[in-house]
Write a protein that binds this ligand. Structure first.
Ligand code: NAI
Ligand code: MG
Length: 399
């Protein structure tokens, strides 16, 4: 295949550390690519007053594919205090560059696979019949709508008069909140559009079809949140009936899903949800497969922009260890999602098999896999460093 161009966005803290390791693995596995660095993160906020400079957006726009590490976000007062003195008081306000990326490119589809590796000591176990211990292997892919719902930012405390009047036209609002002083009202809106809801559903069904999953579960709460969750469920039924009749459609409520998560997680395959419930469900399932050291993700727009990243953040408290201890697997898995997207199936499988081999062999384990507290001493106590884990994966590639 032709040489690819990938924009790499290391960002802050351990983001930069794990991204470097993922590129080592990609190179060792024979992925033919040119990597172009994109500026993003805290340093650029401090120096330029913008953690997501326009030149980075242009690079992503041009080359379409980005591998992202993680960024650091801090509260507004800290952000202001750390801004370069020459920029202070000039109206710069901090906003998260990852949220900025999502909005700028309308990365409305977020995919978070949660698949357990055999032999991972962090795998979920449960009690089976006769007090036996069972370790169900989990293979769930969560499709989370990434731009709407309760996270769209349409909210008020002490809403303006026009908004308040509009709310008063709703009988339930009048009845239950009509007596509340307006300055004591905080309102966050849950917005779903037909277009974006259809897109996330289609993406989930197409994924199920492509990879041979037999069911798609809509995880919302349509019996209570009738308009928004109800829209997703209604569209899901139509799409399933008209386009994917061979795929089973399941309806779960988010609260019950969180309970079933530990009762029968092996029964779920592709799960699709709005922004907030998708966020909750994906963290829930990630916990069953080892947590942040293993949780990878991808985000897609409708016009061909794709950003691949671990779900963890920049873990600043581990960023400056002389020997890095964090688990690079979530980042390497995110790079595998990129390979899969690019159609580089063979390289993708080789890397995933190498990770599986290292985990099942059980000789090399990062501190999280050994359930240690994240301190520099974990290395003396037998945990593998970030680089050692990567080396182990690379050594398995060659076999
Ligand atoms: P975090 O994900 O950075 O770290 C939380 C804890 O998870 C760590 O203290 C560590 O115990 C563990 N952890 C994270 N990554 C790990 C890895 N690869 N291997 C082993 N253990 C790992 O979340 P936190 O501490 O809430 O946020 C730190 C910074 O990251 C904040 O500034 C936050 O805004 C930012 N953040 C950025 C994200 C992004 O770039 N997409 C996502 C989440 C947080
Ligand atoms: Mg989250």
């Amino acid at each position: 295949m032709a040489k690819r161009t990938i924009i790499v966005l290391p960002g802050d803290g351990i983001g930069a550390i794990v991204l470097e390791q993922a590129i080592r693995v990609l190179n060792a596995a024979g992925f033919d690519a040119e990597y172009i660095h994109g500026d993003i993160g805290w340093d650029f906020w401090r120096r330029e007053g913008n953690p997501l400079p326009g030149r980075t957006l242009e690079l992503i726009e041009k080359h379409k594919i980005a591998l992202f590490g993680a960024i650091t976000s801090k509260p507004n007062d800290e952000a202001k205090a750390e801004l370069n003195p020459s920029l202070q008081g000039k109206g710069f306000t901090y906003s998260s560059p990852i949220v900025g990326l999502r909005q700028y490119f309308n990365l409305d589809i977020c995919v978070r696979p949660c698949k357990s590796y055999k032999g991972n000591p962090l795998n979920f176990i449960k009690r089976g019949k006769g007090n036996t211990i069972e370790e169900p292997l989990i293979d769930v892919v969560i499709f989370r709508q990434n731009t709407e719902c309760l996270y769209s930012g349409v909210e008020w405390t002490n809403p303006p008069e026009k908004v308040y009047q509009a709310f008063l036209t709703h009988p339930k609002f009048r009845e239950n909140f009509g007596q509340v002083p307006v300055e004591e009202l905080s309102i966050s809106t849950r917005i779903f559009t037909k277009k974006a809801t259809s897109r996330i559903l289609m993406a989930a069904f197409e994924h199920a079809k492509k990879y041979g999953y037999k069911s798609v579960t809509v995880c919302e709460k349509p019996n209570v949140i009738r308009e928004t969750s109800g829209l997703m469920w209604k569209l899901a039924k139509e799409i399933q009936k008209n386009q994917f009749p061979d795929i089973k459609l399941i309806n779960t409520n988010i609260d019950a899903q969180m309970m079933w998560l530990t009762k029968n997680p092996e029964d779920y395959e592709v799960i699709v949800a709005g922004n907030m419930f998708g966020d909750i469900a994906s963290d829930g399932f990630a916990g069953l497969i080892g947590g942040l050291g293993f949780a990878c993700s991808a985000q897609f727009s409708s016009d061909g922009i794709a950003v691949f990243e671990p779900t963890h953040g920049s873990a600043p408290k581990y960023a400056d260890f002389e020997v890095s201890i964090v688990n690079p697997i979530a980042m390497i898995e995110s790079a595998c999602m990129m390979l899969d997207y690019l159609g580089e199936k063979a390289i993708c499988q080789t890397i995933r098999k190498a990770i599986a081999d290292v985990i099942i062999e059980g000789k090399i384990r990062t501190y999280d896999m050994m359930k240690m507290q994240g301190r520099p001493e974990v290395i003396q106590n037998g945990a593998a460093s970030t680089v050692q884990m990567t080396d182990a994966i690379i050594s398995k590639l060659k076999k």
